[in-house]
Design a protein around this ligand. Structure first.
Ligand SMILES: Cc1ncc(COP(=O)(O)O)c(C=O)c1O
Length: 369
C-alpha cells in the first residue's frame, strides 16, 4: 500500500482513511506527515538544540510571550498535573463549564489538593462576576480554567478574566488549558499575564497526538522552587535545568519536533494575523451554515469558539446515518461529546482545515440532510 492508511468497511472492503472532521485529533496534511519520517538525531546533540531553539522561538512568537516554553512528549493531561503540582500551596479554584474542565478538577481532587469547583452552565463561558465573588473569599492561591471547552465549543473571555485577576487578585497563579485554541486563536500571554498555558499538538497545531506544549512565567518557576512532593518527571525545576541547554529532560519524540518545525514554517508563511482571521472566518461560515439549515447553536452567543462549532440538533437530523454516509465519502464526522451524542454535534475548523476543506465537507453534508 502507498503509505496511506486504510480502514475496513462493513462489507470488508478497504477504503482510504477518512479525512478527520472531529475536534481532535484533527486532519494532518501529507506535507506534515512526511516530515515525521525524518531521520532520528541524538537528544543530547547540537542538532537537537538547534531544532528546539527554533521551535521555542516560534511558539513564543505565536503566544506573544517571552515565557519559557517546555516541550513534553506526552498528552496534555500530564501538563494539567505539571501546572498544579508546581503552583498549589493553599487551595485551587477550578472553573468547570464542560467535560475537560471537569476532568482537570478531578485530576486535582485525585492529587488530594484542597479543590473547589465553580460551576457554569455547559455551553456557556466563565462568568466573571461569579468568579470574582468566589475569589473574594481569599481562599485560593491558584485559579485553573479551560479557555476553549472542546466538549461544548464554549470559549471564555481571557481579557475579562485577566483584568479581574490583575486588578483584584494579582497574587493568584493563573493556569489556562488552551488545548483546542492555541495556534488557532490569538492569545497574548504576556499582556494577559497567564502563568501557565498548555496545549497538546492534535488540535489547532494540526499534528498527531502524544506531544504537548506549555509556556511558564518566571514567577511560577520561582514559586515551584519550595514546593515539595512534586516528583521528578513533572517538576518545573527538572525542565528548567534542560531548557537553558535547549534540551528536554527525557528522550523526546523527535518526529513531533520535526512536525512542529514544519507547522511553524507553514504558520510563518501564512502570517499570524491571517491565521487568526482564517479561523474566525471559518467559524462564521459554519455558524451561518447551521442557522441557514434551521439548526441552533448549542453554545451561548457570548462564548462562541473560533476553532469549533457545536450545533444543537433541533432539526433531529439522523446523525448515525449521516455519519455512515460521510464515512463512505471519506469524512470522519463528530457525533457529539459524551452525553451530547447525536444531540449536539461539533464541526471543527482549525489547524490544517482551510475554507475550501470546510466547504467541501459541508457540501457533502448538504447532500445528506
Ligand atoms: C480542552 C481539552 N483539554 C485537555 C484535553 C486532553 O488532551 P490530551 O488528550 O492531549 O491529554 C483535551 C482533549 O481533547 C481537550 O479538548
Amino acid at each position: 500500500m502507498d503509505g496511506v492508511f486504510y480502514i475496513k468497511q462493513q462489507d470488508n472492503k478497504l477504503q482510504k482513511s477518512p479525512k478527520l472532521f472531529i475536534p481532535g485529533p484533527t486532519h494532518v496534511s501529507e506535507t506534515i506527515m512526511d516530515v515525521f519520517s525524518t531521520k532520528q538525531i541524538g537528544h543530547r546533540t547540537p542538532e537537537i538544540s538547534d531544532l528546539i531553539s527554533f521551535i521555542v522561538k516560534g511558539i513564543q512568537n505565536i503566544l506573544y510571550t517571552k515565557n519559557h516554553i517546555y516541550l513534553a512528549s506526552h498528552a496534555a493531561t500530564g501538563l494539567w498535573e505539571m501546572a498544579t503540582k508546581n503552583s498549589v500551596k493553599k487551595s485551587v479554584l477550578h472553573a468547570v463549564n464542560g467535560a475537560f474542565s471537569s476532568k482537570w478538577a478531578l485530576s486535582s481532587e485525585q492529587l488530594e489538593y484542597d479543590v473547589k469547583r465553580i460551576d457554569f452552565e455547559w455551553g456557556h463561558g466563565i462568568d466573571v462576576d461569579k468568579l470574582d465573588k468566589e475569589l473574594s473569599t481569599g481562599k485560593y492561591d491558584v485559579f485553573a480554567m479551560v479557555h476553549n471547552e472542546t466538549s461544548t465549543g464554549a470559549m471564555s473571555d481571557l481579557n475579562a478574566i485577566s483584568s479581574l485577576l490583575k486588578t483584584k487578585y494579582p497574587d493568584i497563579i493563573w493556569l489556562v488549558d488552551a488545548v483546542s485554541s492555541m495556534a488557532g486563536v490569538k492569545i497574548e500571554v504576556d499582556k494577559l499575564g497567564i502563568d501557565f498555558i498548555l496545549s497538546s499538538t492534535q488540535k489547532a497545531w494540526g499534528l498527531p497526538a502524544g506531544f504537548s506544549i506549555c509556556a511558564v512565567s518566571n514567577r511560577m518557576i520561582r514559586r515551584s522552587l519550595d514546593i515539595k512532593g512534586k516528583g521528578y518527571f513533572l517538576d518545573l525545576q527538572t525542565y528548567e535545568k534542560y531548557y537553558i541547554k535547549n534540551q528536554t529532560p527525557t528522550t523526546p519524540s523527535i518526529p513531533h519536533m520535526y512536525g512542529l518545525k514544519k507547522v511553524l514554517e507553514l504558520i510563518d508563511e501564512e502570517g499570524l494575523d491571517n491565521r487568526w482571521k482564517r479561523h474566525n472566518e471559518m467559524a462564521g461560515f459554519t455558524r451561518n451554515w447551521a442557522i441557514e439549515h434551521g439548526q441552533k447553536l448549542f453554545t451561548h452567543r457570548d462564548a462562541l469558539s473560533y476553532t469549533l462549532t457545536c450545533i444543537d440538533n433541533v432539526q433531529k437530523w439522523d446523525i448515525k446515518k449521516i455519519n455512515e454516509n460521510l464515512l463512505n465519502q471519506g469524512f470522519r464526522m463528530d457525533r457529539g461529546y459524551g452525553k451530547f451524542r447525536y444531540k449536539a454535534f461539533r464541526i471543527p475548523h482549525m489547524g490544517n482545515i482551510y475554507m475550501e476543506d470546510l466547504k467541501e465537507y459541508l457540501n457533502a453534508f448538504n447532500e445528506l440532510i
